[in-house]
Design a protein around this ligand. Structure first.
Ligand code: KIV
Length: 264
């Protein structure tokens, strides 16, 4: 999978699948799956480090997690998020950030929003860095947006999102994430673009879908409306931990099969 395959799949009407991935061991499992693409999302700050928002993600964090994912899944296309404000400083500063992320193993970067990023996106694309856009609910803007809320429900913001998507395409983005917008709007945007759209909480008409891996495996008891839990790892892991605890305390583990014997 590479940037061109995104376009080919979209043109051929094949849905694209993407999941977030932050570490070596889950990357090694995803590497064996049919999932097309991995996102080292800045959601790592929340999912793996326990922060309340993605504002806490840092360049060092993104580089470290990208390296781990690239080691585990060197057969997959890897997109890494540019973290909060790292691309809103000088062009020199962001080019250092992108260099570090690409040299850590990413094949593309994703950034949120459009306005103020125009020159940067063009510069990255002409420098050989594939760029994925991200509009709708952009979590790095959550303080500006007043929280994690569905976007584009009224005509004015819907029209603005259509314009933003078109501008991202003109600037050279190879794909755009549409997060938490009405399904009809996601459909309209997808139809008006030639590049693929990847939806999360944006309905079924986008060119592909992305989910946070820990959400789809049920690492929490509860889930957002747009998440489907394909397994219940939370319950399975708890059950395994409690069984281990009980077996150690009742001296059922280790049993003979887990013990070494002396040769004499
Ligand atoms: O960081 C992330 O997980 C993301 C997805 C929600 C698209 O950006």
């Amino acid at each position: 999978m590479n940037r061109l395959d995104f376009q080919r799949m979209h043109d051929d009407g094949h849905k694209i699948t993407m999941v977030t991935c932050y570490d070596y061991w889950t990357a090694a499992i995803v590497a064996k799956s049919n999932v097309d693409c991995l996102l080292v999302g800045d959601s790592v700050a929340m999912v793996m480090h326990g922060f309340d928002t993605t504002v806490a993600a840092t360049v060092d964090m993104m580089v470290m997690h990208t390296k781990a994912v690239a080691k585990g899944a060197n057969n997959k296309f890897i997109v890494t998020d540019l973290p909060f404000l790292s691309y809103r400083k000088s062009l020199d500063a962001v080019m250092d950030v992108v260099q570090a992320i690409m040299q850590a193993g990413a094949h593309a970067v994703k950034l949120e929003g459009v306005y103020g990023n125009e020159n940067l996106i063009e510069h990255l694309v002409t420098s050989g860095v594939p760029v994925m856009g991200h509009i709708g609910l952009t979590p790095q803007y959550m303080h500006q947006l007043g929280g994690f809320k569905v976007q584009g429900r009224d005509m004015a913001t819907a029209n603005s999102l259509i314009e933003q998507a078109k501008l991202l395409q003109t600037l050279g983005c190879f794909a755009i994430v549409l997060e938490c917008i009405p399904r009809t709007l996601a459909d309209t945007i997808t139809q008006q673009l030639s590049i693929p759209t990847i939806g999360i909480g944006a309905g079924e008409k986008t060119s592909g879908q992305v989910l946070v891996l820990q959400d789809l495996i049920g690492s929490n008891d509860s889930a957002y409306k747009f998440v489907k839990q394909y397994t219940k790892i939370h319950q399975d892991l708890l059950q395994a931990l409690n069984q281990y605890d009980s077996e150690v305390k009742t001296v059922t583990f280790p049993s003979t099969e887990h013990c070494f014997e002396a040769k004499v």
